[in-house]
Write a new protein. Sequence first.
Length: 344
Amino acid sequence: MTRVLVVAVVLLSAVAAAAAAAASPETGSLPPAMVAGLSAGGFMAVQYHVAFSGEVIGAGVIAGGPFYCAGDSAITAQTACMSMPSEIDTSSLVKAAKYCEQTDTCDALANLKTQKVWLWSGTSDTVVHQGVMKSLAQFYTDFMPSPSINETFTVPAEHSWPTNNWGNACGHLGSPYINNCDFDSSYAMTTEVFGPLSPPVTGKTANVRTISQDQFVPGGGSASSISMGPKAYVYYGGNCTADPSKCRAIVVFHGCQQSLKDIGTDFIAHIGMNEVAEANNLVVLYPQAIRSYYPVENPEGCWDWWGYTGANYSNQHGAQMAAVEAMFASVRTKVPSEKADIKF
C-alpha cells in the first residue's frame, strides 16, 4: 500500500472486577471506554479521543497522527501527515483542538489530563513516517503528563496492526495489513489504558453480532452517503451479552484498504482484540468504512481525517464521528440480535 494510507489475560480479581463495573466520572453511568485505530483509523481514533474525551479514558494509536493534522487538505494528508513530518506544526494543531473546545464541538480538553495513550510506530513503516507519530506524542504533551504517553517505537515493523500470532511477516507491507510481530498490541494498549487485565483467551464466534449503521447516520439516510458500510460488527466478551452496560468497552477503527470488501472479516477476527475482550468482559465495536466515489470521494475506504464528508469531520458534528458515537452508545446498552459467522 505504497503512498496510500491504510489507513486505518485467569479471571479478574474481585477488586479488579469491581473497578471494571464501576462508573467513572469521565464516562457517566457506564464503565470506562477507550478508542483505538490503525493509520487512517489511528487518525480517526485521535479525533474521537479529543472530541469525546468525556466518554473515553484513553486511546491506542498505531501509525496515526495528530488531531486535525491534514486540516481540510488531502494533499497535506498524503505529504506532511504521512511522509514529511517536518512540515507538521504541532502548535497549530493544539490551537485547533482548543478552538474545537471553545466552540463546544469537542469535550473539555481538561479531561485528557488524567487519561493515558498508547502509541505505536514501527521502525520499518514506509507509509506513515515515525516522525508523524512523534508529532502525535508531542501534541498530547500539551494535555497530559509525559508519563501518561506510552511510546512503543522500537519494533522493526512495517505499516500494519501488530499481533503475536497471526498475519504477514513483521516487515511485510501488504494486505491485510495485519503482521505477526510476536507482539500483542491489542493487549498492550488495553492494559495501558484500562490497567492490569487477565491474559487473552480464545474468542467465541457466538459472541459476535452485527448492527445496521444506517440507523445512526445524522439526519437519516444511508450510511453509504457518508462512506460507511451497511453494518458494523460487535464482540461481547465474557458475560457482556447478559448486560453490556456493566462492561468496559473499546471502539476500534480499521485502516484504508481494510474494509469488508477488501479483506473480509480479517480485521475483526485476527487483530487479537476479541481474545482480550473475552478474558476481561469488554465490548468491542468495529465500525466499517467503505470505498466510495459519490456523494463523497473515498476510493480507498479510509475513515475521514481530511474532510471528505465536510468541514466538521474532526469534531462532534462530523457525520462519521456522530454516527460512530451514537452506535457505540447503543451497543454498550443493548445487544443486537443478529449474529455473525466469523471464524477465529
